[in-house]
Design a protein around this ligand. Structure first.
Ligand code: CA2
Length: 145
């Protein structure tokens, strides 16, 4: 049976490609999602891409993934460093959980060094630019295939 992956992006990632290209690159979120959809097709996996600026919506989507998705790839944006609610939702999810960041938060300001997402995830890809999204898909497929 074919697998399903939720690719969830959190706050401000809708601004990708429009601001701070020196940190996040020139690709827009639409570009990145289109690349991921193409790659998912070659891998034979169904990919559901979503972005929200709202913490509770991310919690809702992580809960929705229970029973619907075999894995979640999550770039929770700044909620990574603040959200125990997202941490708890991830803990309640039984599938594979991959934390993803475009930059490497551990190499940036001290307030980005804690990750509540990391404490509830099975893997981490960070600091690889937007190519990290493709790397995350490949890594997750190895775990769930
Ligand atoms: O490196 C990442 O992917 C982050 O999750 C991005 C978050 C940041 O708070 C995390 O510490 C690391 C910020 C997303 C903001 O994205 C923007 C993109 C373009 C322009 C402005 C913000």
């Amino acid at each position: 049976m074919s697998k399903t992956i939720f690719l969830l992006n959190g706050p401000n990632l809708n601004l990708l490609g429009f601001r701070e290209p020196e940190i996040y690159g020139h690709d827009t979120l639409a570009d990145v999602e289109a690349r991921c959809m193409k790659h998912a097709e070659t891998l034979g996996v169904a990919l559901d891409c979503r972005q929200t600026n709202h913490e509770g919506v991310l919690v809702d989507w992580i809960q929705e993934a229970r029973g619907k998705a075999d894995a979640i790839i999550l770039n929770a944006g700044a909620y990574t460093h603040t959200s125990i609610a997202i941490h708890d939702a991830l803990k309640a999810y039984d599938g594979f959980k991959m934390e993803l960041h475009i930059s490497d938060p551990k190499q940036r300001e001290a307030f980005r060094h804690i990750s509540y997402v990391e404490l509830a995830s099975d893997g981490l890809i960070a600091g690889k630019g937007v190519n990290g999204y493709i790397m995350a898909l490949d890594a997750v497929m190895e775990k769930i295939a």
